[in-house]
Write a protein that binds this ligand. Structure first.
Ligand code: APR
Length: 256
């Protein structure tokens, strides 16, 4: 124990353990959640309850039920989020993750439906909860171009029609109760299996199966570092918890 160290929960000890787990040039998996994009100004579901949308519960809008009941409201809400993300810029955390891939293999597994990891320059990003920009037909599943999102939010907007089969175009995101897209999920499992370290950034660790990835890493004996200013549901898989924001902690942790 060093002078002033208060034991296993001492933040300095966690920082040292985090640095040593992330050192080296073995394959790194970065698992990101909504907190990763918070400093880019992308509103989390909770923050999204403003203006036109104050009276809607976003967790209810993100559901197959809401889509069946009221597709125009759900479509308008997602198009508004698309517009917000298009105006946002990657933050220092996204940029540091992208830079780290210059010296080692870095696989980003993100629960976020924004494209800020890609725009920061990360070469390998798996979107396990889909993407705001990958609209598809709900009937034939083919990709659909929805055109630019409206500049001003509107409360209702009719979804376009698929040009191949006439079905309704839906947001390309994974709603509560839906399966994860197979290809990014399987690629994420493979990446976890060969990782030398896992860095989890800004997720509540409550939504499965994404939240089980740190456990799988821990079962392999792979160190798991968490960056989150608050508590999460990740549990004992986490070997070091750095209590800071993505923009503050990630550049320092991944610096060579
Ligand atoms: N830096 C790092 N972490 C942060 C920051 C920040 N600047 N700001 C907030 N956080 C943390 C919070 O403490 C919280 O633990 O980010 C986490 C965000 O949690 P959620 O909003 O629940 O986001 P997430 O874990 O990504 O949600 C998982 O649930 O809503 C569905 O499908 C959606 O992909 C989403 C999934």
């Amino acid at each position: 124990m060093t002078h002033g160290d208060t034991g296993p929960d001492d933040p300095r000890r966690h920082l040292e353990q985090a640095r040593s787990a992330l050192a080296g040039d073995g394959p790194l998996v970065v698992l990101s959640g909504a907190g990763m994009s918070a400093e880019s100004g992308v509103p989390t579901f909770r923050d999204a309850r403003t203006g036109l949308w104050a009276r809607y519960d976003p967790t209810e809008l993100a559901s197959p039920d809401a889509w069946r009941r009221d597709p125009d409201t759900v479509w308008a809400w997602y198009r508004w989020r698309e517009h917000l993300v298009a105006r946002a810029e990657p933050n220092a955390g996204h940029l540091a993750v992208a830079r780290a891939a210059e010296g080692r293999e870095v696989v980003v597994v993100t629960q976020n439906v924004d494209d800020l990891h890609e725009r920061a320059g990360s070469p390998l990003v798996h979107h396990v909860h889909g993407s705001l920009f990958a609209h598809r037909c709900e009937t034939c599943e083919l990709a659909a171009d929805a055109g630019p999102a409206p500049e001003d939010p509107v409360e209702r907007l009719a979804p376009p029609v698929c040009r191949f089969c006439g079905g309704r175009v839906r947001p390309g995101v994974v709603w509560f109760g839906e399966n994860l897209p197979a290809a990014p999920w399987e690629a994420s499992l493979r990446a976890i299996d060969s990782a030398s370290a896992v860095l989890v950034i800004g997720t509540s660790g409550l939504v499965h199966p994404a939240a089980s990835l740190p456990d799988l890493a821990a079962e392999n004996g792979t160190p798991v570092v968490e960056v989150n200013p608050g508590d999460s549901g990740l549990g004992p898989a986490v070997t070091a918890h750095v209590r800071a924001t993505a923009g503050d902690a990630v550049p320092a942790l991944l610096q060579r």
